[in-house]
Write a new protein. Structure first.
Lengths: 279, 292
């Protein structure tokens, strides 16, 4: 792996600690996110994915254990500003994240809050909109955009703060298939070209298949992690958690049961086509 | 409870510079006991359309008749319409407001004036259907749950009303795969065994194709295509044009056909794809043997 960017050491988190309603949401999580990595996090409802995500930019502070972002301990109030600037988050509902009536004002909102000088803000806004492919929509009203476009504006708003890491907490859940493709392709491109670290939480197994590494959560712990091919080969284990495998993995399994020699680490439609019709 | 939609148009913020015509010229007949899948790109007007089915939104033009009663007319009793037509919102946090999960799910049945013992029974049944244990989660606040748990509470609240028509706007967004299969499986049972009419709005084309009898495709505020799932998916180019694209299995089948393999273009599920591929694989293998 490349140099670590975010590390979690024995992180435990309880909501309402010491009260009757205490709930242990993270239970001793160790995780190292490398600089420039593209990680997918999957897991059943309530397994702690969003709670984990909120630790990555100090929206939550561990009850026990340590989270370090670029070496900075998130428990230190003095680090808060720099941590929030380094790790940006985009959530599920595109409508709740847009605050202004013009796209470029919306994107400017974050850097304005950081106290970036106006001339610099203008440069950053233009650049961020260009990076997500929304340059020509700078003057439009956000509420008139499609869901995929809104999410790309939300990502631009985060990028304008020049973070090193982008956390997408089910940011594709409300999008149509092409909106999902757009957002993911944008994240992937920024990851490759700008070295942006990406953490993508999703219930779509096909999306997780495109990551460098997949982390599977269960009841506040990391249940499984590895490359998509390693993780999705473990069909039984995933099914026990109530998760699925991408449909090409399911198809490959059926075909193998029928005697076809399909490789057991196949993930994508293109790979299935290549197996069935070798060129 | 058939629903008839005639010439429906809805304009948001009419008369202001920001006015938006969200849907226009919608004609649609939903038969009693039908299971319809409503698909279309983001912003195509799906949520706007379904919010007319129980009178939450009023038509700018045209009309909506539920069981023969015009929802915009003087005889319409919207309270009773909302008991019969249950709507699960796209963003579930918009429909939760009570202090505990139990009270939230109980809100509708209590409003129906049911005795508390019946309310309790319905709430417990509904929570079990959505995979939440009434004991563990019932007393918690609906605002201190995970995303998928929140969605489950919203669905339970509508199921507990035992509506005749169930309108689900992206119900599976945020649900884990097991939750999605179990909850939608239950809806399918209600449809098959009790004749529940269902309108399912979803971006998951595989899912709607598997469940719905008829798909209605929207784009730009209009209905652009309608038919059985097989009919609709055989029009891959139209789906592509409106920005929906094809799910993995139909995409694979189309690619195999393009490369000269004799497989059905309208296979939708992993099972169907398996039998199609196995069939041509063994036939090709025989042919190779015959040539040898
Ligand atoms: N604000 C809160 N107060 C109390 N408990 C909470 C709160 N938010 C989440 N929880 C609980 O913490 C646990 C983990 O929740 P979290 O939101 O991290 O799950 P998740 O993996 O993101 O689930 P989902 O897939 O449904 O989004 C759950 O049991 C949930 O009920
Ligand atoms: N309350 C509102 N005020 C103004 N415009 C709105 C409002 N709600 C929706 N619109 C606009 O109406 C159009 C249709 O929106 P609608 O929410 O019905 O689409 P949708 O098909 O449900 O999209 P999605 O798949 O993103 O949920 C869009 O252009 C949207 O921006
Ligand atoms: Mg979550
Ligand atoms: Mg909608």
């Amino acid at each position: 792996m490349t140099e670590p960017f975010i590390t979690l050491e024995r992180v435990t988190y309880s909501y309402n600690p010491g009260q009757e309603a205490e709930l242990l949401a993270l239970d001793g999580v160790d995780l190292c996110i490398g600089s420039g990595e593209f990680i997918a996090i999957i897991g059943p409802n309530g397994s702690g994915k969003s709670t984990l995500a909120k630790h990555l930019n100090a929206l939550l502070i561990p009850t026990q254990g340590v989270v370090r972002v670029s070496g900075m301990d998130t428990r230190e109030p003095g680090n808060l500003w720099e941590v929030r600037r380094s790790v940006g988050m985009v959530f599920q509902n595109p409508d709740n994240q847009l605050v202004a009536t013009v796209v470029e004002e919306d994107v400017a909102f974050g850097p304005e809050n950081l106290g970036v000088p106006p001339s610099e803000i203008r440069v950053r806004v233009a650049q961020a909109l260009r990076l997500v492919g929304m340059g020509e929509h700078a003057l439009r009203a956000p509420h008139l955009l499609s869901g995929g476009q809104k999410q790309r504006v939300a990502i631009a708003g985060v990028l304008a703060m020049k973070p090193r890491c982008l956390v997408l907490d089910e940011a594709t859940a409300m999008l149509d298939p092409s909106g999902r493709d757009e957002v993911l392709a944008t994240a992937r491109r920024l990851n490759r070209e700008e070295g942006l670290t990406v953490v993508h939480i999703t219930h779509f197994m096909e999306e997780a298949a495109g990551a460098d590494r997949v982390v599977v959560m269960d009841r506040g712990r990391i249940f499984l992690e590895g490359s998509p091919r390693e993780v999705f080969r473990q069909v039984r284990k995933l099914e026990r958690l109530g998760l699925e495998v991408p449909s090409m993995v399911a198809l490959a399994g059926r075909l193998r049961a029928e005697g076809l020699p399909v490789p057991d680490d196949l993930l994508f439609v293109e790979e299935m086509v290549e197996f069935l019709c070798p060129s | 409870m058939p629903i008839l939609i005639e010439g429906l148009e809805h304009v948001y913020m009419a008369g202001t510079p920001r006015q938006v015509t969200a849907i226009t010229g919608i004609d649609l007949m939903i038969a009693d006991g039908e299971f319809i899948g409503l698909i279309g790109p983001t912003g195509s007007g799906k949520s706007t359309l379904v919010q007319h089915l129980n009178g939450l939104l009023r038509p700018t033009r045209g009309r909506v008749l539920v069981d023969g009663v015009d929802l915009g007319g003087p005889k319409a009793d919207l309270r009773s319409v909302r008991q019969k037509v249950g709507l699960v919102f796209q963003y579930p946090e918009h429909q939760l407001f009570e202090e505990t999960v139990f009270d939230d799910v109980a809100f509708g049945p209590r409003n129906l004036g049911l005795p508390e013992s019946e309310v309790r029974k319905r709430v417990e049944r509904a929570l079990e259907i959505v995979g939440l244990s009434p004991g563990a989660i019932g007393r918690r606040s609906p605002f201190a749950l995970s995303g998928g748990q929140t969605r489950r509470v919203a669905i339970a609240g509508v199921l507990a009303m035992e509506p005749k028509v169930l309108v689900l706007d992206e119900p599976a967004a945020g649900l884990d795969p097991r939750g999605r299969n179990e909850i939608l499986g239950h809806v399918l049972d209600l449809h098959r065994q009790h004749g529940l009419t269902v309108v399912l709005v979803s971006h998951n084309l595989e899912e709607v194709a598997r469940l719905a009898q008829r798909l209605v495709v929207m784009a730009g505020g209009r209905i652009v295509l309608s038919g059985t799932p097989r009919e609709v998916f055989s029009q891959g180019d139209v789906l592509g044009q409106v920005g929906l694209g094809m799910p993995a299995i139909p995409r694979l089948m189309a690619e195999l056909r393009r490369r000269g393999k004799d497989v059905r273009a309208d296979a939708l599920t992993v099972e169907e794809a398996t039998s199609e591929i196995v069939r041509y694989w063994h036939r090709d293998a025989n042919r190779v043997r015959a040539h040898a």
